[in-house]
Design a binder for this molecule. Sequence first.
Ligand code: AMP
Length: 399
Amino acid sequence: MLVFILNAGSSSLKYQLMNPIIKKVFASGLCERIGIDGVLKHEYNDGKKLTLEVSMPTHKEAIEAVLSTLTTGEGKVIDSINDIDAIGHRAVHGGEEFSGSVLVTDRVIETMKRLIPLAPLHNPANILGMEICQELMPGKPNVAVFDTAFHQTMPDYAYMYALPYDQYTKHGIRKYGFHGTSHYFVSNEARQMLDKKYNTRIVVCHLGNGSSVSAVLDGKCIDTSMGLTPVQGLMMGTRSGDVGAGALQYMMTQEKISIDDALNIMNKESGILGISGKSSDLREVLEGMQNGDDRCRLAVEMVAYNIKKYVGGYVAALDGIDALCFTGGIGENSALIREIVCSGLDGMGLNLDPTKNNKRRHDARDIATNSSTSRIFVIPTNEEYVIANDTFKVVSEIR
Ligand code: AMP
């Protein structure tokens, strides 16, 4: 079973060719600057790299270039696109319509089009990716794996905003949550790492350029920090996270800017970048902090403090905790952020072992002390595997 995984964004796309049964990746890569000029970065045969400049006026030329690179020339890993069994698409917003992965049909595409107002930047690119794959690989099954699906189990009292109820019934205004494939993967791994099989209470911190926390009870999400859109919740690389509506309106009045401009600031100029004034990349900001830059210090402390507040809130929501999990570029690599988040949480049963925390490793591991009543795990996420495996499962069901 060979799955071509596609994550199509507005001006870039990521891909992987994977056999989910044996968890083997044959190639992966990225097309950038679609609609401008076009660069294809291809990695194949366990680490060999290739960079190609290819004209990509639209996503179609980009996907054609990827398929050609997979099947011909130096980066070739398969003889023909006929070797691909199915295509798995990362799809961002499934609204309340999709609580699991589905075979892409005309109806699914129509529903995703109807959901475009909820994700105006992401859903159109996802749909385009699906339509192009249907055209370039006719007859191959396409599967949509939604970022929001895992969070569909949240109870109504967790996902509702306290706006007038008809805002929900008329427009679907509620929390949806994102990074679902990662929260699913990590919480599932954590359940296997725990001795306990029932009443498993897990908090997952997915900390990367985009970040979110979720509370997972017995494998089902009961709350998550992102909302109707990904701007809510934690402070992120360039997103502000939670900001009061009054502060937003006041900024708009003082700066004489539109709501679109204000949202652009909240999504692209805030977070770690906005506070540090240096970079959205935590590594660079940690370096700035070490060199005595006080705004970098502030950004790091705010990041950690925000995560800690959500962790505490979700431990309460779960009536306790069995495992706190860290994942994503920051969660997997920053011992300092993990240390600040866990400091003082002994009363919740979370006792971090500093030696285990500081050891640089890349596998899933427990960094709590032996005497800690709850576990603290670092678990590398694998969203592509979830997409490939779901694709395999959906395709197996229809065969
Ligand atoms: P992601 O979006 O999951 O790729 O994560 C990107 C974020 O992880 C960036 O802010 C990086 O600076 C951060 N990151 C990656 N490696 C490290 C590291 N060793 N220490 C601290 N932050 C890191």
